[in-house]
Design a protein around this ligand. Structure first.
Ligand code: NAD
Ligand code: WQD
Length: 340
């Protein structure tokens, strides 16, 4: 393989797992991350697991000149763009910060790539762009319409990518719309390490399991689903990482811009996740039912057939494996990367 892959946000949760998969596949990797929501320790462990070095630069994407200097230093051939802010509630309170980092950071990145003649990009989008879906499973032709500023930044970025690809047909771009990434590398050495109180279900459950939180509050059990709790398409982060490798490998055959769902195609309720987590941990996890959370959609799961057709990829790992791997990570690293 000639050139290297630039990973923006590559020290984060999904970025670090993708970094590992790409290194194992023989790619050279360069990471830029401002460490605003990550620790360099994740990359140190990726290097340890793969036996391969990771070139790392602590750079804020919005610092266009610093980013340009990094790109100038390495033979970058393609980019996977993970960097951004992702907390829905925070985005409602700080919309300008979200537009600045997510949209501004992307414009800065595209500016540098354009200057340097790099025209291959994989972008981290989200199933959140579908808002409240009219039907499930959700395919890529479903109407989009996010319900919060975070989701709107993803929609704006997707639109920018589509516009840029029209303006310059040399571009090859894929926006991967992730459903609900969970789990960890099976070594238990890298995983999800949220700062503060986790917003997402799986890290919260794992922090209950390890004793950092008293109990899980299930956000509503009166939804029109089999057990009354919301349905989501949980996808193992290693499957997701392999989806990025597949996208990079197929990118030459994918001119222009296209969105592709990364999901398993099957939904699980909150109580099914808690049951699987309890099996992984080996005991019943404390939980109580609370109020619905504002803005939650009842059911969201992917039609993953485009990913199969276009990328030759499909998810293979089930909910029990997701929970077992999440638990191995959390029990070995109760305080995440800060564990002594
Ligand atoms: P993460 O916070 O672990 O990773 C994002 C990384 O970007 C972090 O390492 C952070 O330090 C870095 N970053 C933030 N702002 C930056 C900036 N201005 N310059 C450079 N680096 C910056 O999150 P993640 O879960 O790994 O998510 C990665 C991407 O996937 C994000 O774009 C997110 O919106 C998207 N996504 C995540 C999920 C999910 O549930 N985790 C679902 C759908 C989409
Ligand atoms: C899953 C289910 C909750 C926590 C969010 C973002 C989305 C995407 C993924 C980035 C829901 C329930 C949760 C808890 C609970 N991120 N829950 N108690 O809401 O599908 O999506 O993360 O793009 O944009 O909106 O995921 O993990 O927050 O929730 O009962 O303490 O678990 O109500 O049904 P969600 P989640």
């Amino acid at each position: 393989m000639s050139g290297a892959v630039l990973l923006t946000g590559g020290a984060g949760y999904i970025g670090s797992h993708t970094c590992l998969v790409l290194l194992e596949a023989g790619h050279d990797v360069v990471v830029v991350d401002d460490l605003s929501n990550a620790s360099e320790e994740s990359l140190r462990r990726v290097a340890e697991l793969t036996g391969r070095p990771v070139a790392f630069h602590q750079v804020d994407l919005r610092d266009t000149e610093a980013l340009d200097a990094v790109v100038a230093e390495h033979p970058i051939e393609s980019v996977v763009h993970f960097a951004g802010l992702k907390a829905v509630g925070e985005s409602v309170e700080q919309p300008l910060r979200y537009y600045d980092v997510n949209v501004g950071g992307t414009v800065s990145l595209l500016d540098v790539l354009q200057r340097r003649g790099i025209r291959r990009l994989v972008f981290s989008s989200s199933a959140t762009v579908y808002g409240e879906p009219e039907t499930v499973p959700i395919d890529e032709a479903a109407p989009v319409g996010a319900t919060n500023p975070y989701g709107r930044t993803k929609l704006v970025i997707e639109q920018i990518l589509a516009d840029v690809a029209v303006a310059d047909p040399a571009w090859h771009m894929v926006a991967l719309r992730y459903f609900n990434p969970v789990g960890a590398h099976p070594s238990g050495r890298i995983g999800e390490d949220p700062r503060g109180i986790p917003n997402n279900l799986m890290p919260f459950v794992m922090q209950v399991a390890v004793g950092r939180r008293d109990e899980l509050v299930v956000f509503g059990d009166d939804y029109p689903t089999p057990d009354g709790t919301c349905v989501r398409d949980y996808i193992h982060v290693m499957d997701l990482a392999e989806g990025h490798r597949a996208a990079l490998d197929r990118l030459d055959d994918l001119p222009g811009y296209r969105p592709v769902n990364l999901g398993t195609g099957s939904g699980s309720t909150v109580l099914e996740v808690v049951a699987a987590a309890s099996r992984a941990v080996g005991r019943r996890l404390p939980r109580r039912v609370g109020d619905r959370r504002a803005g939650d959609v009842v059911a969201s799961f992917a039609d993953p057939s485009r990913a199969q057709q276009v990328l030759g990829w499909q998810a293979g790992r089930g909910l029990d494996e997701m929970c077992a791997d999440a638990w191995r990570w959390q029990s070995n690293n109760p305080q995440g990367y800060a564990t002594p």
